[in-house]
Design a protein around this ligand. Structure first.
Ligand code: ZN
Ligand code: ZN
Length: 50
């Protein structure tokens, strides 16, 4: 399954995938967290971002 890395919930079809601006690892966020601008932390390099 696809888990949102901001809230940890199953994001499924609402998921947005984007590359980490720092290391390029693929990050996943759900539509809710994207809309709220919730903070994320890259699993690969630890980069924090909105
Ligand atoms: Zn989320
Ligand atoms: Zn990264």
């Amino acid at each position: 399954m696809t888990v949102c890395m901001s809230c940890g919930r199953d994001a499924r079809d609402k998921a947005t995938k984007f590359p980490c601006p720092s290391c390029g690892a693929v990050l996943v966020r759900c539509a809710d967290c994207k809309a709220r601008g919730n903070e994320y932390k890259c699993i690969s390099c630890g980069n924090l971002g909105p």
